[in-house]
Design a protein around this ligand. Structure first.
Ligand code: AMP
Ligand code: MG
Length: 335
């Protein structure tokens, strides 16, 4: 167990004074939980091995699980990774934004960040507050999701405090995250063979179109032989609520066998023909973006509500639905 602090983390509003304070804390090697457009991250100076070590302690995260390095500007990419043409093309198309690119690592990035791998995962987030903080700090920031290892990722500052309030001191409040799912991860170590490692808001089809070639689906369980090493976000026990989650195919005839009030039903879109205190929907009208944004918050809400089981309907279609269903499957996989 990580050491507990006696006081709970402070949530900072985005005043210039607070941003300057938090940037100084990052430069001193302290941890700061930060908003991004995907989920909240737990940030430390990516070039400081001791600072990054604190991330693993606070989250209870195994050292075999590498961190994503967040940069504030294009120029910083070559300082942490060895870019290739394919990476530059994707960066041009999707940065700033929810895309993480795995590339050969520069020696400046300490081994603790990459879990000893010779590759590093890099992203340039678009969240304006994150970017302001990073500009002030002037350093690349290693940041995994700001939750205890294995639990649902945080999409609000309060989620961060609920999970890590006793482990960390600083949380910057940027409001609810707009995307709500962790970034897409693409492996471009070999630019001729791009591989999707984690689905997210940037879809595999979008990547293929930007690259002008096929992008292999590296997320299938069979192909992730050394998942723990290459992309631990792929470990199925990630993102699980405590309550057992049971999945249902889209529009499956589940309504006929809706269970008692101690089990929650999470539909993709608001059902017209059933209602009840235990009936929930990811989105009002079945909008994928709205559903993605809402997913982690509602899983937390249902987890805290004491239901004995959460039944969840998978999202229909591909693209962003793939990313939503990926997180639902992880939530449903037993620890
Ligand atoms: P989290 O934000 O908590 O999901 O953690 C960051 C994720 O980035 C990890 O779980 C990995 O999936 C991924 N990652 C970080 N570094 C690498 C790398 N060198 N190769 C592949 N995936 C990586
Ligand atoms: Mg995580």
């Amino acid at each position: 167990m990580p050491p507990k602090r006696t006081r709970s983390a402070r949530i900072y509003r985005d005043t210039p004074r607070n941003l300057a304070r938090l940037a100084a804390a990052l430069r001193r090697g302290e941890l700061v939980a930060v908003p991004t457009e995907t989920v909240y991250g737990l940030a430390a100076n990516a070039l400081d091995a001791v600072a990054c070590g604190k991330i693993f302690t606070a989250k209870g995260r195994p050292a075999s699980d590498p961190l994503i390095v967040h940069i504030g500007h294009w120029r910083e990419l070559a300082a942490v990774a060895v870019p290739n043409d394919a990476a530059l093309r994707l960066a041009q198309e999707f940065w700033p934004g929810p895309l993480t690119i795995v590339l050969p690592k520069r020696p400046a990035v300490p081994g603790i960040v990459s879990a000893g791998l010779d590759s590093v995962a890099v992203r340039l987030p678009s969240h304006p507050l994150f970017r302001r903080l990073q500009r002030l700090a002037g350093i690349p920031l290693a940041a995994p999701s700001a939750n205890p290892f294995g639990y649902v990722s945080p999409t609000t500052a309060q989620h961060v405090r609920d999970g890590l309030g006793k482990q960390i001191a600083h949380i910057l409040d940027g409001g609810p995250t707009t995307i709500g799912l962790e970034s897409t991860i693409v492996d471009l170590r070999d630019p001729r063979h791009p591989r999707l490692l984690r689905p997210g808001a940037v879809t595999r089809a979008q990547l293929a179109q930007a690259l002008g070639c096929a992008v292999a689906d590296g997320t299938k369980r069979k192909t992730v032989e050394h998942a723990a090493q290459l992309a631990p976000g792929m470990l199925s026990r990630h993102y699980s609520p405590r309550t057992p989650v049971e999945l249902h195919a889209p529009l499956a005839p589940v309504r006929a066998r809706l269970s008692g009030p101690d089990e929650a039903w999470l539909f993709f879109a608001q059902p017209r023909d059933v209602a009840g205190k235990n009936i929930f929907a990811l989105s009002e009208h079945g909008d994928l973006r709205a559903a993605a944004k809402r997913l982690f918050g509602i899983l937390r809400q249902l987890d805290d509500a004491g239901y004995t089981r959460i039944h969840a309907e998978l999202a229909p279609g591909g693209g962003l639905a793939d990313a939503i269903n990926d997180r639902l499957r992880r939530a449903a996989s037993r620890r």
